[in-house]
Design a binder for this molecule. Structure first.
Ligand SMILES: NC(=O)c1ccc[n+]([C@@H]2O[C@H](COP(=O)([O-])OP(=O)(O)OC[C@H]3O[C@@H](n4cnc5c(N)ncnc54)[C@H](OP(=O)(O)O)[C@@H]3O)[C@@H](O)[C@H]2O)c1
Length: 372
């Protein structure tokens, strides 16, 4: 069955893969684009990723604008969308409360209102930090009473990107509940490259980590031997997102998309260092000391990282039983995360050296500055 889908963030990393997947399945995909004149470029990326470019169309708009800045004609066209996927986000460290709220929170609200109003199923992407309730409470959010949160205090604690993602999640649920709309939320871990090609966009946090490793900027492993950076491959994530959209049992549900076999951080760095031909760091440096060092701008510049990025490294383990059940029910096989890590390192290294791998698009049209 072919349906109409509306995708925000379709030019981004996960979005390009999702658009490729949906269009390859025969669905018509309309992508919200700030620069619709770049549709040909997006279609090329989608085709390279195995999608059907002829089924992909641009809808001019911007998450920062009232009613997404949609024209009346596009608004009418989008009413045919059975599913709205919301992936658009301003993904940069160092954002102010105003900047991140404008796109990530208000944009999410506008998308939720649109989906509810036209009775489309909304599939939205959160983040795995939303499944770490202990962490949420530590930073001042009671997930059961999120409306009582002092949001400016949360923004000061964790930075604009993470705080706005958390606030957007609760704002979306509130809109959908008030409007009686259907919503499913998928919470991914940090996203790894494609499990067969290693394809990843250079702006992604994992790509930055790989470049830092290749350049010898990682002299120590952040945290303790218990610390890890949970991952999920982009292809597995996209299959989950698409399956959620067509599964009525997922209405009102949240799904954690995380590979619990991701090795601890030291082992993860060793896996990636091997194909890069560099020595992985062996000794640990406490996160507290690292955060303190990163507050010194020259060190943050040299290490090419930010305090905000360190929050995603944690010791918390997650229950993925519901994910396993869901994936089994839909016949979605989980790729080998270690192999995917190595392929991703090879892909990033080739990009970094300007070689290209010939196995995917080297860079997407999502060219805004990202976490560095
Ligand atoms: N990547 C990860 O590791 C990770 C982990 C957990 C959760 N997530 C979540 O997954 C979703 C997708 O992430 P991603 O990594 O694919 O992001 P990404 O590569 O940074 O792409 C961001 C997308 O949002 C669009 N966008 C940004 N500002 C916009 C605006 N004002 N109006 C319209 N579109 C705008 C970008 O369009 P342009 O082409 O115009 O820039 C791009 O398509 C986000 O919700 C993110 O928080 C990601």
């Amino acid at each position: 069955m072919s349906v109409e889908c509306f995708v925000t963030g379709g030019t981004g990393f996960i979005g390009q893969h999702l658009v490729a997947h949906l269009s390859a399945q025969g669905h018509t995909v309309r992508v919200l684009m700030r620069r619709p004149e770049r549709l040909a470029e997006l279609r090329e990326h989608v085709a390279n990723l195995g999608g059907n470019a002829a089924r992909v169309f641009a809808v001019a708009g911007d998450l920062q604008r009232s009613k997404l800045g949609l024209s009346m004609a596009d608004r009418a066209l989008l009413r045919q969308a059975s599913i709205v996927f919301h992936l658009g986000v301003q993904f940069t460290w160092g954002l102010t409360l105003q900047q991140s709220r404008a796109v990530n929170v208000e944009g999410a609200r506008q998308v939720a209102l649109l989906a509810a109003e036209q009775k489309s199923r909304l599939v939205t992407v959160g983040g795995y930090m939303l499944k770490n309730h202990q962490h949420l409470r530590t930073i001042g959010i009671d997930p059961q009473r999120a409306q009582l949160t002092d949001w400016p205090a949360v923004y000061r604690k964790v930075g604009g990107y993470e705080a706005s993602k958390l606030e957007a999640h609760f704002a979306t649920l509130q809109v959908m509940s008030a409007q009686g709309g259907e919503v499913t939320v998928v919470h991914p871990a940090t996203v790894c490259g494609h499990s067969r090609t290693g394809h990843i966009l250079e702006s992604q946090p994992l790509a930055t980590l790989i470049r830092n490793l290749a350049q010898g900027k990682l002299a120590a492993v952040p945290g303790t031997p218990e610390h890890w950076l949970p991952l999920v491959t982009v292809d597995y994530l996209v299959e989950l997102l698409a399956a959620c959209a067509f599964d009525d049992a997922m209405v009102g549900q949240e799904l954690l998309a995380l590979d619990e076999r991701t090795p601890n951080l030291r082992e993860l760095l060793a896996q990636m260092a091997q194909p890069l031909g560099v020595k992985p760091p062996r000794h640990h440096l406490s996160l507290r000391l690292m955060k303190w060092l990163l507050r010194l701008p020259p060190i943050a510049r040299f290490l090419n990282t930010s305090v905000e990025a360190l929050d995603f490294i944690q010791t918390q383990r997650f229950d993925t039983a519901a994910l396993e059940l869901f994936a089994n029910r839909h016949g979605i096989a989980k790729p080998d995360i270690r192999e995917a890590l190595q392929l991703t390192a090879v892909f990033v290294n080739a990009q970094y050296r300007g070689e290209g791998t010939g196995r995917g698009t080297p860079a997407g049209p999502a060219g805004s500055p990202r976490p560095a």
